[in-house]
Design a protein around this ligand. Structure first.
Ligand SMILES: [Zn+2]
Length: 308
């Protein structure tokens, strides 16, 4: 087990070096640009469905787009979970699909149902789900925070966050600035990693970590509305921002919070200063992205084209 963990850490370090150097190569966001060419499309009875992904990974997200006359409602089902399309200002219908990080590789059916005034059109296709290659990491918590390894404490917090991230504002709350990293600093620990706390309990990493000396100003990743700002056991001082269409960003371990629930924030607005509160063994920023209540790989999410 020990050697497995050491191997995991070694692989982790290599991946981290790769992740940090890849950071500057993230594709630019939409910024009002025309959408990229879709990966594939299907047409049926005057309705066109575009997919902007060829496959997904556990913790992955991807965009669907519908075009055609007379659409009044549209929904999809993937892995027995239904989601809806949103009609945006450009008159087209978009949906973000997301897979939980615990999904297994395989091939899963995606179905899309489009309601028109007089009839309905449906689509079905297989979506390959690849392995994500999540790494294993080992952490020791300081003695005074060892109680934060508790399964109950973690589950309570995750349930509360699941409730907060379950809703989807029907309008995008982000603006033409799109989504950006909350800090200019190296990524230090990846999304989805399996984490062994104090040599015993295993948990999962719901977001990414970035190096941040205590007091570093942290920016809102995009415009939105603060739905929570306060103290949590594991995430410490925490802010959660609703960006619309089921997209949320969360920021943990702050020394100081500079926003309050109910407040709107601009893209890049300073929302707090980084720290070491909660289940943390040193100052850093943990940030995370939820889509439809599922934690997704935020760095991969930053590479998505999104409608403005
Ligand atoms: Zn973290």
């Amino acid at each position: 087990m020990r050697s497995l963990i050491r191997f995991g850490l070694l692989v982790g370090l290599c991946l981290l070096v790769g992740a940090a150097s890849a950071q500057s190569e993230l594709p630019p966001l939409f910024q009002g640009a025309p959408p990229p060419v879709s990966t594939s499309s299907m047409t049926s009875d005057g309705i066109r469905l575009d997919l902007y992904f060829a496959s997904l990974r556990p913790g992955g997200s991807g965009l669907l787009r519908l075009r055609g006359a007379g659409i009044v409602l549209a929904s999809y089902v993937l892995r027995d979970e239904a989601g809806r399309f949103f009609r945006l200002d450009d008159g087209e219908w978009h949906a973000l699909v997301a897979l939980g990080m615990n999904e297994r590789p395989g091939t899963y059916e995606l179905t899309v149902t489009v309601q028109r005034v007089e009839d309905a059109v449906s689509f079905a296709r297989d979506v390959p789900v690849e392995g994500a290659g999540f790494i294993l990491q080992e952490f020791d918590l300081p003695a005074d925070r060892a109680y934060l390894a508790s399964v109950e404490v973690e589950n309570d917090e995750l349930e509360m966050l699941a409730a907060l991230t379950a809703g989807a504002s029907a309008e995008p709350l982000w603006d033409a600035s799109g989504f950006e990293l909350p800090l200019d600093a190296p990524l230090t620990s990846p999304f989805g990693s399996f984490r062994v706390l104090n040599g015993a309990r295993q948990t999962r990493h719901t977001g990414w970590d970035q190096r941040a000396p205590r007091g570093s100003p942290v920016r809102a990743m995009a415009a939105g509305a603060v739905v929570f700002a306060g103290r949590l056991e594991i995430r410490g001082n925490y802010a959660l921002i609703d960006h619309g269409l089921g997209i949320y960003s969360g920021y943990a371990h702050f020394a100081d919070l500079l926003v309050a629930a109910g407040q709107t924030v601009a893209a890049g607005q300073i929302i707090g200063s980084s720290g070491n509160t909660g289940r943390s063994s040193g100052p850093h920023l943990h940030w995370e992205i939820a889509v439809d209540g599922k934690w997704v790989d935020g760095v991969a999410f930053l590479g998505l084209w999104l409608p403005a």
